[in-house]
Design a protein around this ligand. Structure first.
Ligand code: F6P
Length: 464
């Protein structure tokens, strides 16, 4: 096999440990994968330029070479803020009420995919394996083929694939899905999203799905499968011994003053269910007066995608809601919610996870959710915390021994918090052991290997 070429919207080279902010799950996963394979990572630099020039910036950090381009303001507005984050993101997270359909978004999306293909195709060698990531770049494979690439090209979707009935509300949905038929392999996080994709292929495109996941539409074939993404678990287990993790642990532990700590860590995104979570916690406080003053909920929520108005809206809503709950229940020496709008480096986060008795991770819809796995990996085997997890997170398919809840139900969230806080040590250990087995087994290395192996063996027919 030649090199592994990864192409994703955001390119995040390995950061020095001390760097501000934490890397997202995708970034952590890909760096680990690329370091092993001496790979190359293409994408957007995150910067804007007056006129698209296609000039490629090449950098090398800790064994990972990155090649990035700047985009025009209009590209960023229509492709990233527009089609990716105002159309596909809400729709794919089942929020058709928030999805905006605007033809300029669609054309900007196609333009940027064409630009990426035109810029990066000449840098790809004949025996390279090409791995395209996520909803920003769905038609990229087709664009690369149009430039003559005959390589094996795979696509992995990090977010959910919506049910066919929702998908058809996207204007020109067939055009988008048909573009995917140029991939040799299409990967999803879970069987649930894979099944939704198969339904679409059968019902909307009149295609067929074979038992091994091969789809065929009008004579064009591609392999499809689920590849649940994991974390770099060995690294995570070592992180806890580092000074920043110890400090973070001590800080949270000390500040809790003997109270139980519940933690949530999410990008500030409406799909994460933060409003519902805060309301579930409020229900818990109402129903369990014996816990008032004895528990503290730390929600870390760094803002993202600030140029998209739905994100401004959720931020205002949570500011108000956290203030209201604190106003209602706080005493002079206790606040029920600590709501923090900043990101933390991974070492610090793992210390926070270790100090927390309960993790409350309740997205309304999530492709996977790696915070859940990071929380599990950070626990003390002799005295582990309890994971409360939304049944609508992709991770719920694997982490069956978590307390699975319906995030829309305040009652279920409240009952789960009570159960988690009261859970005897023996049960915590039993559940955690099952969880950590899964987190260790299906880690990021496993994910990368499984996808690459499937991509290597995926050729269904040589492209013409
Ligand atoms: O869930 C999809 C995803 O690409 C994550 O992998 C990543 O952490 C997040 O979105 C980043 O979003 P953005 O690049 O818009 O900040």
């Amino acid at each position: 096999m030649g090199r592994l070429i990864v192409i994703s919207n955001r390119v995040s080279a390995p950061k020095p440990r001390s760097a501000e902010g934490s890397q997202g799950g995708l970034a952590v996963a890909l760096v680990a994968a690329l370091q092993e394979s001496d790979g190359l990572w293409f994408g957007w630099s995150g910067r804007k330029t007056d006129h698209y020039s296609g000039e490629v910036h090449i950098e090398r950090h800790e064994g990972v070479a990155t090649a990035t381009v700047d985009l025009e303001e209009q590209d960023v507005d229509e492709y990233y803020n527009g089609y990716a984050n105002r159309t596909l993101w809400p729709l794919f997270h089942y929020r058709i009420d928030l999805a905006e359909f605007d033809r300029t978004f669609g054309s900007g999306y196609e333009r940027v995919n064409e630009r990426f293909a035109a810029t990066f195709a000449p840098m790809i060698e004949a025996d390279d394996l090409v791995w395209v990531h996520d909803y920003h770049l769905i038609p990229l494979g087709q664009q690369l083929r149009a430039r003559g690439l005959k390589n094996r090209i795979g696509f992995f979707l990090h977010i959910p694939w919506p049910p066919q009935r929702l998908m058809v509300s996207l204007p020109y949905h067939q055009r988008l899905v048909r573009s995917m038929l140029d991939y040799d392999l299409i990967g999803f996080q879970t069987d649930e999203w894979l099944e939704s994709f198969h339904h679409y292929i059968e019902r909307e495109l009149g295609g067929t799905v074979e038992p091994d996941g091969t789809i065929e539409v009008d004579g064009r074939r591609a392999k499809t499968a689920a590849f649940p993404i994991g974390i770099d678990v060995r690294e995570f287990e070592q992180v806890l011994a580092r000074p920043d993790a110890r400090n973070a642990y001590e800080t949270l532990h000390r500040s809790a003053e003997g109270r139980k700590v519940i933690i949530g860590v999410d990008r500030l995104d409406y799909s994460k269910g933060l409003t519902e979570r805060f309301n579930g916690y409020r229900r818990f406080l109402e129903e369990n007066p014996d816990w008032l003053g004895r528990v503290s909920f730390l929600q870390i929520a760094p803002p993202t995608r600030g140029e998209v108005h739905t994100y401004e809206h959720i931020r205002e809503e949570l500011d108000a809601l956290s203030g209201r709950i604190n106003g209602e229940f706080a005493h002079v020496d206790w606040v029920p919610i600590r709501y923090v709008n900043q990101g933390y480096p991974r070492d610090g986060l793992s210390g926070f996870y270790r100090a927390a008795d309960v993790a409350l991770i309740t997205p309304l819809r999530d492709g996977m959710n790696l915070v859940a796995k990071e929380y599990v990996a950070s626990q003390d085997p002799d005295d582990p915390g309890v994971l409360i997890l939304s049944r609508f997170a992709g991770a719920a398919h694997q982490l069956r021994e978590a307390l699975l809840v319906n995030p829309y139900s305040k009652d279920e969230v409240s009952d789960a918090i009570r159960k988690a806080l009261d859970m005897p040590r023996a049960e915590r250990i039993r559940r955690w052991e099952a969880l950590i087995d899964n987190v260790r087994e299906e880690d990021v290395l496993h994910w990368r290997r499984a996808f690459v192996k499937a991509l290597e063996g995926s050729r269904t027919a040589a492209p013409e």
